[in-house]
Design a protein around this ligand. Structure first.
Ligand SMILES: Nc1ncnc2c1ncn2[C@@H]1O[C@H](COP(=O)(O)OP(=O)(O)O)[C@@H](O)[C@H]1O
Ligand SMILES: O=P(O)(O)OC[C@H]1O[C@](O)(COP(=O)(O)O)[C@@H](O)[C@@H]1O
Length: 307
């Protein structure tokens, strides 16, 4: 079974306006709410790709209830821990440019943290655990470490899609998959990455440190997959970007969906990039139909060098 874990889910409030001027009254031309947070997005895309999974994490208040209701409506299994306070609202402003304001999230008590660890202790060999997104302010970076330790003891494969210190600490646990974007890859090594050469250098370092698969996502420029035997470079399909929120999460879901269906590494990577782009070209997350339509448009080059 695949478990996604979102410690800090969100309701993503997408506001479209022709022009957004700070310090003025701006009127929206369109508004929409989506259940969000990285693991929840992974769960929703997996389900759309017919892969069963269970969403774990903390939810609270009317915003948390909205997420639970939406996932139920989409027939996604959940095992959330309900906490006092409100799940955050993340604002996604779409004017000439995309601007995001992500909230902080509720306070999580020690009792609720332990309840989540108890759920992780129920996982079994062969399960996959996706740890995705930021941590609420009351949850220490080491919480991901605790979860990874429990997962490792049980031979559960771990996927990590987060940033900052939590991402840095994940490397030592030799995760199955890391999916940093270019900026997050740079942050990991305390550098800022500006060239393909640097992306290759630091991606390879992660593999040499024991990470099994690394996908560095490059937004409209595609992505690079690193594995000990091969590096694959993908160009993203071209299209009109409607809402790139969740594109990275869709990549993770696409890769896992193909992997559990025993696809080759190249096929899984192609599926991953197609899912990311299909989401970028949609208002909400991608549909299976759109992912399949884009598959042939993902151009992949195999680099000769072994890592
Ligand atoms: N403008 C775009 N055109 C085509 N595909 C895109 C675009 N933006 C994102 N994608 C797809 O989504 C994937 C993830 O996007 P990215 O922005 O790098 O992730 P994240 O949201 O994690 O920062 C990319 O690798 C690509 O496949
Ligand atoms: O936990 P964080 O880092 O604040 O990110 C949460 C946000 O990321 C998202 O999951 C989207 O992530 P990506 O665009 O990186 O795929 C939103 O749904 C959510 O608002």
């Amino acid at each position: 079974m695949i478990y996604t874990c979102t410690l800090n889910p969100s309701v993503d409030y997408v506001v479209t306006a022709q022009q957004i001027e700070l310090g003025k009254l701006n009127r929206a031309t369109k508004t929409a709410y989506f259940p969000g947070g990285k693991g929840i997005n992974v769960s929703r895309v997996l389900k759309r790709l017919h892969v069963h999974n269970i969403a774990l994490g903390f939810i609270g208040g009317f915003t948390g209830q909205f997420i639970a209701d939406e996932l139920k409506r989409e027939h996604i299994l959940t095992d959330f821990i309900t906490v006092p306070g409100q799940t955050r609202l993340n604002i996604k402003l779409k004017g000439e440019k995309e601007t995001e304001i992500n909230g902080e999230g509720p306070i999580i008590s020690d009792e609720h943290k332990e309840a989540l660890i108890a759920k992780i202790k129920q996982l079994k060999k062969g399960d996959i655990l996706v740890l995705a997104g930021s941590l609420p302010p009351s949850v220490d970076d080491t919480f991901y470490v605790t979860m990874m330790e429990e997962a490792k003891k049980r031979r559960v494969a771990v996927v990590v899609d987060t940033s900052g210190n939590a991402l840095k600490q994940a490397v030592a646990y030799e995760p199955f998959l890391l999916k940093p974007n270019q900026m997050e890859l740079g942050e990991l090594f305390g550098v800022s990455i500006h060239s393909r050469h640097q992306t290759l250098e630091y991606g390879k370092k992660l593999i040499n440190n024991g990470v099994q698969h690394v996908i560095v996502s490059l937004a409209g420029d595609g992505a690079i997959l690193f594995h000990k035997d091969v590096i694959l470079v993908a160009q993203a399909p071209k299209g009109i970007v409607k809402n790139s929120v969740g594109a990275g999460d869709s990549m993770v879901a696409g890769f896992l969906a193909a992997y559990v269906n025993e696809a080759s590494l190249e096929e899984a990577f192609r599926y991953s990039v197609a899912a990311g782009s299909a989401t970028a070209f949609s208002e909400d997350l991608c549909t299976e139909e759109e992912v399949h339509r884009l598959l042939d448009e993902v151009k992949i080059i195999r680099m000769e060098e072994r890592v």
